[in-house]
Ligand binder design. Sequence first.
Ligand code: ZN
Length: 66
Amino acid sequence: MGMQEFGDDGPGNEEDKVFKDFECPDCSADNPYDDGFSVGDEVRCFYCGAEFKVRMQGGKLRFKSI
Ligand SMILES: [Zn+2]
């Protein structure tokens, strides 16, 4: 008891999702993140070294330069 199941289309689910990789907005490199990251975390591109804050906007991941 206490846990609630939401449908696949339920709003807000994406915010709790753990992502395993991201594409760098600066250099388009694919960065695998074995530890995973979620909205609100900070990620760093392994290729160009740029750091981004992970945000969710309109149901899509956005990376804001730090
Ligand atoms: Zn990069």
